[in-house]
Design a binder for this molecule. Structure first.
Ligand code: GLU
Length: 448
């Protein structure tokens, strides 16, 4: 069977098998469209049925999380840990607490994580987990009780050399603290079991900033490849969580102006550029909606709806909210707005039609698994520091992060050049470079 036939057979199999898992199917298609030339070069991967094996997680743990709310009512949520691939290291990836969480979403995130983690050059496999618990509007006590119940079950399946969770949407330093506290109560001190910890017991400096900063460092590489620089650029950012905040901070520190941020109700436009201290205060300290920012900042206006529908003159877009947030009309608006560069802070923020629209218009797209790998890269550096019982300075970690992002860009652009003759096809380049290492590792370990 040649590569074309094998990939075609595999696509058909997946279309039937994952009809009920649309996000997972979407990511499989995006991936398989890129890797055909690798299978042409390596018939032994076809022989080993590598693609079909790769698409099935090594294991998925599904469990219930019962917890008591502040009114004394018993509540319950569904939770999962997808241990997708351990060919190059222990499962590694975040936990998401959001009402939309289901198996399809965690499988798509876990699959992306395999190649993202491979691109970092660090020894980490791919995993993801979470629950359909909605942290919005919950008290601190409710969050703590939920995290304790969640970890009481999850702790059976994780460990510093086995599976190392971290944060994602809805899981930040507060939740990581409660989760780790419960782990420690049951297993003793082993802080390498989770990353994104507060600094006082093994958290890494620059981990909070890492995903957002990393996405800007990646953007810098994209700009440099076209002979441009970030200084003076006008940037549109979506989201107002950890990734958006620190992408905005770094972009402005480097001389760009960030004009927008958003949440699920609406967005703000600030012609003077985002006031980062106010944004952090509203989101991180007060845990308020983004509307409050506009109420306290004269140069900002609040709009209900989706930021991607807004007409505004910009050069760069950084989607940092969530999967499939940009659809075809949003991508068309971005092109009209003058967007020439997209660096993806969120995971799979563009649906297929949006990606095609941008590429057809000649927009240079930096895909999530490359552009947002800075977060998990610094998580892996946190694991190293925990093993060594050392903590590195902010500048040391930030410098390593910059080197890792530059290296990811290099890997993606050379794979793109080699396999597609187009050094700017970073979507294919990132998939191929991430996959090549995992494929070699899997093959050399035999049929497992
Ligand atoms: N949730 C982040 C991601 O999507 C970080 C995962 C981690 O630090 O393990 O990559």
């Amino acid at each position: 069977m040649n590569a074309k036939e094998y990939l075609q057979e595999t696509r058909q199999l997946w279309d039937k098998k994952y009809e009920q898992e649309p996000e997972f199917l979407q990511v499989l298609h995006e991936f398989v469209d890129s890797v055909e030339p690798v299978f042409e070069e390596h018939p032994e991967y076809i022989e080993a049925n590598l693609l079909q094996i790769l698409a099935i997680p090594e294991r998925i743990i599904e469990f219930r999380v019962p917890w008591m709310d502040d009114q004394g009512k018993a509540r319950v949520n569904t939770a999962f840990r997808v241990q997708f691939n351990s060919a190059i290291g222990p499962y590694k990836g975040g936990l998401r607490f959001h009402p939309t969480v289901n198996k399809s979403i965690l499988k798509f995130l876990g699959f992306e994580q395999i190649f993202k983690n491979s691109l970092t050059g660090l020894p980490i496999g791919g995993g993801k987990g979470g629950s359909d618990f909605d942290p919005k509007g919950k008290s601190d006590q409710e969050i703590m009780r939920f995290c304790q119940s969640f970890m009481t079950e999850l702790q059976k399946y994780i460990g510093p050399d086995m599976d190392v969770p971290a944060g994602d949407i809805g899981v930040g330093a507060r939740e990581v603290g409660y989760l780790y506290g419960q782990y420690k109560r049951l297993n003793g001190f082993q802080n390498g079991v989770i990353t994104g910890k507060p600094l006082t017991y093994g958290g890494s400096l620059a981990r909070t900033q890492a995903t957002g900063y990393g996405a800007v460092y990646f953007l810098n590489n994209m700009l440099a490849a076209k002979g441009e620089a970030i200084e003076g650029k006008r940037i549109m950012i979506s989201g107002a969580g950890n990734v958006a905040i620190y992408a905005a901070e770094k972009a402005q520190e480097l001389g760009a102006t960030v004009l927008t941020v958003s949440d699920s109700n609406g967005y703000i436009v600030d012609e003077e550029g985002i006031d980062i201290d106010l944004l952090k205060d509203v989101k991180e300290n007060r845990r308020e909606r983004i509307k409050v920012y506009a109420e306290e900042r004269p140069s900002a206006s609040y709009y209900e709806g989706v930021v991607w529908d807004h007409a505004i003159d910009v050069d760069v877009a950084m989607p940092c909210a969530t999967q499939n947030e940009v659809k075809k009309p949003g991508a068309e608006q971005a092109v009209k707005n003058g967007v020439k560069y997209v660096s993806e802070g969120a995971n799979m923020p563009l649906d297929k039609a949006a990606t095609d629209t941008l590429l057809e218009a000649g927009v240079f797209v930096g895909p999530a698994k490359a552009a947002n790998a800075g977060g998990v890269a610094v998580s892996a550096l946190e694991m190293s520091q925990n093993s060594q019982r050392l903590s590195w300075t902010f500048d040391e970690v930030d410098q390593k992060l910059q080197d890792i992002m530059d290296n990811i860009y290099q890997q993606a652009t050379s794979a793109a050049e080699k396999y597609t003759n187009d050094p700017y096809n970073l979507i294919a380049g990132a998939n191929i470079a991430g996959f090549s290492k995992v494929a070699q590792a899997m093959l050399s370990q035999g049929l497992v």
